[in-house]
Every structure is written in structure tokens, then in C-alpha cells.
Design a protein around this ligand. Structure first.
Ligand code: SAH
Length: 216
């Protein structure tokens, strides 16, 4: 981003410093956060808050995730490796998608709200991010065409881990997913080894719910 106002660049650097303070150590993730302009993913009237460590509304009752959560989920998913194929459920505005795209070879991302998927597609194209493939669809089904995935990142919370997604996780693959009822969920890491799915609790989080079916 060469032609962006310096203020925004500084705000982004301050956000990265804040994330380090909060315990995010993965350098590649911090660099990705520093290089993705979060402000282009939010409404213009929220520009001044684009680099707050907070979720913000993106329309349709949905939110762009808090940067700390994006960093934490991405670091846990990638675990210091450059993953080949990652599936994201819940594209939203595409911010998390863009951060992942900096760190993995190919990102597939599904969104059930058509307008959000279309806007995300445009935003990512304007940023010349090419290693992402978006789909308007129901994430509960996963995306069988490209399965299995080395990583699956879910950015909305189901009450139970969908078995369909477990079935699309490669051997040695990792899934990061918030699970539970509206208001409080457990962020979980799932590791797949020979048909076993080891679950590790990471922290308490608040996500929008994973909804069944499509929304026009
Ligand atoms: N990663 C996004 C977070 C968006 S919030 C970002 O950085 O902006 C979670 C998103 O999940 C919402 O856009 C919501 O519409 C979407 N979602 C909810 N249920 C879904 C489902 N079954 N399939 C696909 N997307 C879903």
C-alpha cells in the first residue's frame, strides 16, 4: 500500500505492537497483519476505528473479527508452517481471508450471505490477492471439491463441531473453531491423526453463530 495515508500505516504498526503485548509471537502472522490494510475492509465511517483491537460491524448483522482473535487463530492454525490448502468458513468482509493468503499457498473460503461474498471478492481483487477462491455457499457442507485441507479455520460458531468438516481435514491437519452457544464459546484446536481428532481448549471467545443454509 504505497499511496495510503501515513496515519493509517502508523495505526497499523501500533496495532501490531499491541498484539505483541497481548502475547502474539508468531513473526509471520505479525508481518501479515502489518501488511494487510484492515481499513479497506470496513465501512468508511468506521475508518478511524479500523485499527482498534475490536470487532466492527460489516452489515447483515455480522462483524469483522477482532485483530487479536485473527492473529491467535491464524498462528494456531499455521503453527509455524506454510500450509498448502486452507479452508475458511465465514468469509465475511474477507479480512481474515487476506491475512491467511499471506501465509498459506491457497485459501478457499465460503460465505452464506451473497452480498458479503461479492464485496469480499472485490476487495481482495483490488488488493491483488490472487491465491484465494471464494464461494457463496453453506459452510456446514465444507467444500468437498478441494478436500482434504491442511487447515480449516471457522470464523462463526456452531453448537457442535460439524462432522462434515472433520471429514475434510487431511491427515496431520489442524482445525481452529469456536464452539458453543451464542454469547460464550470455546475456541478449540482439533488435530487429525489417523482417524483421531484430538481437541484442545484455547480460550473463551464470542463469535456470531454458524447459521445453516443460505441467505440471499
Ligand atoms: N472472517 C470474517 C469474520 C466474519 S463473521 C472477517 O474477517 O470478516 C462470520 C461470517 O460467517 C459471517 O459473515 C457469516 O455470514 C458467516 N457464516 C455464518 N454461517 C455460515 C455458514 N453456514 N456458511 C458460511 N458462512 C457462514
Amino acid at each position: 500500500m504505497e499511496d495510503e495515508p501515513q496515519e493509517l500505516q502508523l495505526a497499523r504498526q501500533r496495532l501490531v505492537e499491541h498484539l505483541k503485548h497481548e502475547g502474539i509471537r508468531d513473526r509471520a502472522v505479525l508481518e501479515a497483519i502489518e501488511s494487510v490494510p484492515r481499513h479497506v475492509f470496513v465501512y468508511e465511517h468506521l475508518l478511524e476505528r479500523a485499527y482498534d483491537d475490536a470487532p466492527l460491524p460489516i452489515g447483515h448483522g455480522q462483524t469483522i473479527s477482532q485483530p487479536y482473535i485473527v492473529a491467535q487463530m491464524t498462528a494456531t492454525l499455521c503453527h509455524g508452517k506454510r500450509l498448502k490448502k486452507v479452508l475458511e468458513i465465514g468469509t465475511g468482509c474477507g479480512y481474515q481471508t487476506a491475512v491467511l493468503a499471506k501465509l498459506v499457498e491457497q485459501v478457499y473460503s465460503i460465505e452464506r450471505i451473497k452480498n458479503l461474498s461479492q464485496v469480499a471478492q472485490m476487495t481482495l481483487k483490488n488488493l491483488n490477492i490472487e491465491n484465494v477462491t471464494l464461494k457463496y455457499g453453506d459452510g456446514y457442507q465444507g467444500w468437498v471439491e478441494y478436500a482434504p485441507y491442511d487447515g480449516i479455520l471457522v470464523t462463526a460458531a456452531p453448537e457442535h463441531i460439524p462432522e462434515t468438516l472433520l471429514n475434510q481435514l487431511a491427515e496431520g491437519g489442524r482445525m481452529v473453531i469456536p464452539v458453543g452457544e451464542l454469547g460464550y464459546q470455546k475456541l478449540m484446536l482439533i488435530e487429525h491423526h489417523q482417524g483421531n481428532f484430538k481437541q484442545t481448549f484455547l480460550e473463551g471467545v464470542r463469535f456470531v453463530p454458524l447459521m445453516p443454509g443460505l441467505d440471499e
